[in-house]
Design a protein around this ligand. Sequence first.
Ligand code: SIN
Length: 280
Amino acid sequence: MSITPVTGVLGAEIRDVRLADLAGSELETFRAALCEHEVVVVRDQFISPAHQSTFSRRLGPSGETPFVVTMPEHPDIIKVVKEADEGAAFNFGGAWHSDFSFQPEPPSFTILAAVDVPPWGGDTVFTSMTAALSALDAATRERLSSLTAVHTARDAYSRKMQPLHSGMRGMTIVCDDSANDEFRHPMVCRHPETGKNVLFFNRAYVRDIEGMTHDEAQALISFLHHHSTDARFTYRHRWLPGDVVIWDNRSTQHLAVNDYGGFRRELHRTTIAGSRPVAA
Ligand code: SIN
């Protein structure tokens, strides 16, 4: 396989692989490249749901998928879909986030496979939380290392958010009170596979910081959001038919751009179970 970086910060395109057949030392090389580059793009796969599940299981057991109803025949796959006539309505994944970081053991990887992509628009943007952390000065990194972030899905999936999700025709999202649960994770974590320090933060689910007043926490959350999503840390993926993009949720955030009104977009998503984040 050949591995070519797509920016100077994160992302690589991996060529000469068939994901459906990946195994043995080739799978190990692929996984190491995924952890190192944080996002990998594999073109021309046209992978079926069954093959996506098989490949996903080779990266690890399926992560739990709260709130979002999965495909009946493939309970590990979420169909991420917006119909052409849904216009500029709310889109799934349209705010910067790391998948399900509000879980006690958030997912390690996400696999997203293109099924029906618009001729333009609907890109997915990724940012490197390794690069975002290392760009901070030593005193700020030190201060962040002593902090614990409070992750919760309450502003995404609690009952008050149901009308927003119910506006999407192609996906079924069921909000419930478990969204109000809170899980605390260190703000700076050690990546379990690369050993690199990462800023484990995203504004969608980090809604408080332990030991801070509301105002102090909101000011820091705002600063970290704007710093970590700065264009210099990002890779913007323009989808082509057959693409599969895999990312490491432990070291990235992502955002689905909602700019393709008039076109249908469908991708299939699987997540891989992760482990409890560990402080750096
Ligand atoms: C997601 O946030 O998992 C969806 C990303 C996308 O649709 O591009």
